[in-house]
Design a protein around this ligand. Structure first.
Ligand SMILES: Cc1cc2nc3c(=O)[nH]c(=O)nc-3n(C[C@H](O)[C@H](O)[C@H](O)COP(=O)(O)OP(=O)(O)OC[C@H]3O[C@@H](n4cnc5c(N)ncnc54)[C@H](O)[C@@H]3O)c2cc1C
Ligand code: SF4
Length: 316
């Protein structure tokens, strides 16, 4: 690991200001992703700003009837919160499908939002990777692609976003709250928070340099039957091959977001209009324009079959 300096942030605004003032600074929360990347020298921050002491670890009701989740709420606490379990079961289930109990005890809401891809070439510093070293090329294109994206890809990158939580937050239309280095705050809808790779796959979100996430807001409960189904190579402690997050209403209408298929949680509102006609019709719109390889083409029928199973479960 490369040496770095360290400070403990005293307020959200001070943390953001410090991050913009020090070149190569990064925030550290649970450290479950960042420290792994630092040990492999994939990330080499010159300065770490520890945000753990900030009072951003509560879940509060909003005047609009939703919930405001502090950036430092641990994944375990969020999944176990009685209001989340009752009104946003989708989110609780997605969190519990991720990582392990120990990791969830440490992992935070903001850190989970920003976890980096699990593309194996991103982790192999002997391979070209536009996300790790912009302009170096992409070893995954023409390489081993089984786990990689099938929609929203570019000539520069075909990586997926690995988070389970992000898929649920996208289906729930969550909003990410931030503070910028100049103290200005803003609210970024989940739909706009993660980016497609385009020709700048190293720019993964709408965050500006030094911008700190302070909270994630959930709108008022949607009701309906909420299901998160994750398909993976082994029953636990594995990232999703694909996942489906669905909110299905009694009349058959609903919302669907899919994980494991794109650089961001994948939701296509036009596909939701097809839900009452069934999984085949909806998946056709959801995955329209997919670009697959021999190794990852299985993801298209897998999404359709998983969605079919989710809709059947919701009906029953
Ligand atoms: C073995 C293993 C298995 C896993 N399996 C799964 C899985 O199946 N599903 C899944 O979804 N996840 C999985 N994870 C990922 C895990 O959920 C993430 O590592 C975790 O959520 C990251 O949270 P953290 O607080 O530890 O983030 P950190 O490692 O502290 O930070 C991650 C990133 O977020 C930035 N950051 C942190 N807080 C803020 C903030 N407030 N504002 C702005 N930037 C911030 C950091 O600078 C860093 O870039 C797994 C991880 C491991 C190690
Ligand atoms: S798919 Fe993206 S993350 Fe993977 S090697 Fe290519 S550029 Fe890097």
């Amino acid at each position: 690991m490369k040496s770095f300096t360290y400070e403990k942030a005293t307020s959200p605004a001070a943390a953001a200001a410090a991050a913009s003032a020090k070149p190569g600074a990064r925030f550290i929360a649970g450290g479950t992703n960042l420290l792994d990347l630092m040990k492999l020298q994939i990330e080499t921050p010159a300065h770490l700003i520890d945000v753990n002491g900030l009072a951003l670890d509560t879940i509060e009701a909003t005047p609009e009837g939703g919930l405001r989740i502090g950036a430092l709420v641990r994944n375990t606490d969020l999944a176990a919160d009685a209001r989340v379990r009752r009104d946003y079961g989708l989110l609780s289930r997605a969190l519990l499908a991720g990582a392990s109990g120990q990791l969830r005890n440490r992992a935070t809401t903001a850190g989970n939002l920003l976890q980096r891809t699990r593309c194996s070439y991103f982790y192999d510093t002997n391979q070209p990777c536009n996300k790790r070293v912009p302009g170096s090329g992409c070893a995954a294109i023409g390489g081993f692609t089984r786990l990689l994206a099938v929609v929203g890809t570019s000539e520069s990158c075909i990586a997926t976003n690995p988070s389970d939580m992000n898929v649920a937050l996208r289906a729930l239309d969550a909003v990410v709250e931030t503070v910028k280095p100049d103290g200005e705050t803003r609210a970024i809808p989940m739909a706009d928070f993660h980016r497609l790779p385009g020709d700048t796959p190293h720019v993964e979100t709408a965050l500006e340099p030094g911008e700190l996430i302070t909270a994630v807001t959930l709108p008022a409960p949607l009701g309906g039957t909420q299901i998160y189904r994750k398909v993976r190579d082994r029953a636990s402690y594995a990232f999703a091959l694909i996942s489906v997050a669905a909110v299905v209403q009694p009349d058959g209408t609903g919302r669907v977001a899919v994980g494991g298929v794109a650089h961001k949680p994948w939701r296509v509102e036009a596909a939701e209009a097809e839900l009452p006609r069934g999984a085949k019709a909806s998946a056709a719109v959801l995955l329209d324009g997919a670009r697959t390889t021999e190794e990852n083409a299985f993801k298209l029928p897998l999404v359709e079959r998983t969605l079919k199973a989710v809709l059947a479960e919701a009906r029953s």
